[in-house]
Design a binder for this molecule. Structure first.
Ligand SMILES: Cc1cc2nc3c(=O)[nH]c(=O)nc-3n(C[C@H](O)[C@H](O)[C@H](O)COP(=O)(O)OP(=O)(O)OC[C@H]3O[C@@H](n4cnc5c(N)ncnc54)[C@H](O)[C@@H]3O)c2cc1C
Length: 389
C-alpha cells in the first residue's frame, strides 16, 4: 500500500479537474485517478450552459482563454409552453449582464481543462485508465483500491479521498445514504441546423412529454429533448427527415425549418442526492453528490461551486487535519443551501411543467397553473445563470 500525504480525487471529469486546478492554485498537491484514457470524452455531444459565475472561476484558473473560442454567449432566453399561452423572455442587458450564460460542449470543456493542465501541471498527478474499484474509510485515512491499465490492482492511502466520479461507479459510499428518484425519462441530445440563425437566443420549451431546449452553439443549436424513455427511443429511431419533422411539430416555428440533425446521444435522467456529502477522510462533490435533471442547466454549475468551496476549505486547513470531520462538516454545511435549491427547483420545474409525470388533474387540484410558474422560473434562471446565488 502506497501512503500519500495529500488529497486524491477519484474521477477526472470537469468537476474533478476544476478541483485539481483550484488546489494547484493554493499549492496543495493532488493525485487524480481517472477511469478512462486521455481524450476519451472529447466526443461527448452534450452541451453545457455555463453561468457567468462559472466563467469567472474558469477565468481565475486560466482555463477560459482556451475555452473562449468554443463558447457561444446566450444573450436571450425564451421560455415557452407547448399547448399553453405561457411565454417569457429574458434579456441579458435588462439584468445588466454581459450574457445570461455560455454554451459549450462537454468535449470542448474537457479539452480546455486538459490543455490548461498540460501548460502547467505542477503539483497535479493524473493517472488515466485507473478505475477505482473500492474505498474503505477509517479513523485515520481513506484506503483506495484501483486498477492499472496493465490489469494490476493497486492500493493507496490518503488523508482525503474526494469522490468526483459523477455517480457513475461508486454507488455505495461507506457511511452515506443515497436517495435516487428515476424520472423514467431520457434526454436525447444532438446538434441541429435551422433555417434561421440563432441570434444568441436559447429556447426552453415545456411540453406535456417533458422539457426541451435549443441552445445556441457555434452556428447551430444544441438540442436537448427530454421525455419518457419509450418516446425518446421512438424518436431516436426515426430517420433524419422524420426526426426533423417531429422536432418541428414539438418546437413550433420560432427558428424556421429544422434542416439537419447530427449524431444523436441519449442520457438517462434521474435525481440523486446524499443525506450527507462526507464520511471520515472522504468527501463527495459534483454529480456524485447531486445529480439533477438538466432542465435548467445546473449540474456542472453547482459542481464547480462544490470544487471551489472544497479547495478553499482544504487550503485553509493544516495538512495534518485534511479529512478531519469538523472541517468536512464545515464544507458540507457551506454547500447545503445551493445544492438543495438546485435539486428542489429543477425537480419542481420538471414536475409542474411536464404534466404527464404528475397528471394534469393533480396539477389543477393544487392550483398550480404552469403559466403562474413562469415568473418563478424566470427569477431562478436569471439568478442561477448569473452568479448561481
Ligand atoms: C443531457 C444533459 C445536459 C446537461 N446540461 C447541463 C447544462 O446545461 N449545464 C450544466 O451545468 N450541467 C449540465 N448537465 C450536467 C453536467 O453534465 C454534469 O453536472 C457534469 O458533467 C458533472 O461533472 P462531474 O465531473 O461531477 O461528473 P462526470 O462528468 O460524470 O465525470 C466523472 C468522471 O469520473 C470518471 N470516473 C467514473 N467512475 C470512475 C472510477 N471508478 N474511477 C475513476 N474515475 C471514474 C469518469 O470517467 C468521468 O471522467 C447536463 C447533463 C446531461 C445528461
Amino acid at each position: 500500500m502506497q501512503t500519500l500525504s495529500h488529497p486524491v480525487v477519484i474521477g477526472g471529469g470537469p468537476v474533478g479537474l476544476v478541483l485539481a486546478l483550484s488546489l494547484q492554485q493554493s499549492s496543495v498537491p493532488v493525485t487524480v485517478l481517472e477511469a478512462q484514457a486521455p481524450g476519451a470524452m472529447y466526443g461527448d455531444g452534450r452541451a453545457l450552459a455555463l453561468s457567468y459565475g462559472t466563467r469567472q472561476v474558469l477565468e481565475q484558473l486560466g482555463v477560459w482563454p482556451m475555452l473562449e473560442v468554443a463558447v457561444t454567449a446566450i444573450e436571450t432566453i425564451h421560455v415557452s409552453q407547448q399547448k399553453g399561452f405561457g411565454r417569457t423572455v429574458l434579456k441579458a442587458h435588462e439584468h445588466a449582464l454581459p450574457a445570461l450564460g455560455y454554451v459549450v460542449s462537454y468535449g470542448a470543456l474537457m479539452q480546455a481543462l486538459d490543455a490548461r493542465i498540460e501548460r502547467s501541471s505542477m503539483g497535479i498527478n493524473i493517472q488515466y485508465q485507473s478505475p477505482v474499484t473500492g474505498l474503505d474509510v477509517h479513523a485515520t485515512a481513506a484506503d483506495i483500491q484501483y486498477l492499472r491499465a496493465d490489469g494490476s490492482l493497486q492500493q493507496l492511502s490518503t488523508p482525503l479521498a474526494v469522490i468526483a466520479d459523477g455517480g457513475r461507479s461508486l454507488d455505495e459510499i461507506p457511511g452515506l445514504v443515497r436517495e435516487t428518484k428515476h424520472y423514467g425519462h431520457d434526454a436525447l441530445v444532438g446538434l441541429v441546423q435551422t433555417e434561421q440563425p440563432h441570434h444568441n437566443i436559447a429556447y426552453e420549451r415545456f411540453t406535456p412529454r417533458g422539457p426541451m431546449a435549443l441552445l445556441p452553439n457555434g452556428k447551430q443549436f444544441s438540442l436537448v429533448w427530454t421525455g419518457e424513455q419509450s418516446y425518446i427511443d421512438e424518436i431516436a429511431a426515426l430517420d433524419d427527415a422524420a426526426f426533423l419533422q417531429a422536432l418541428h411539430t414539438a418546437f413550433g416555428d420560432r427558428v424556421g425549418k429544422f434542416l439537419h440533425i447530427g449524431k444523436r446521444f441519449k442520457f438517462p435522467l434521474k435525481l440523486s442526492k446524499l443525506d450527507r456529502t462526507f464520511a471520515a477522510h472522504c468527501v463527495v462533490i459534483g454529480n456524485a453528490a447531486q445529480t439533477m435533471h438538466p432542465v435548467a442547466g445546473q449540474g456542472f454549475n453547482v459542481g464547480i461551486r462544490d470544487a471551489v468551496a472544497l479547495a478553499k476549505n482544504v487550503a485553509s486547513t493544516e495538512a495534518g487535519e485534511w479529512g478531519a470531520a469538523h472541517r468536512l462538516t464545515e464544507y458540507h454545511a457551506s454547500r447545503q443551501r445551493d445544492t438543495g435549491r438546485g435539486l428542489q427547483f429543477t425537480d419542481f420545474l420538471v414536475n409542474v411543467f411536464s404534466n404527464d409525470l404528475v397528471g394534469v388533474g393533480l396539477l389543477r387540484g393544487a392550483g398550480l397553473g404552469a403559466l403562474s410558474m413562469l415568473p418563478m422560473a424566470r427569477r431562478f434562471l436569471v439568478n442561477k445563470m448569473s452568479y448561481g446565488s
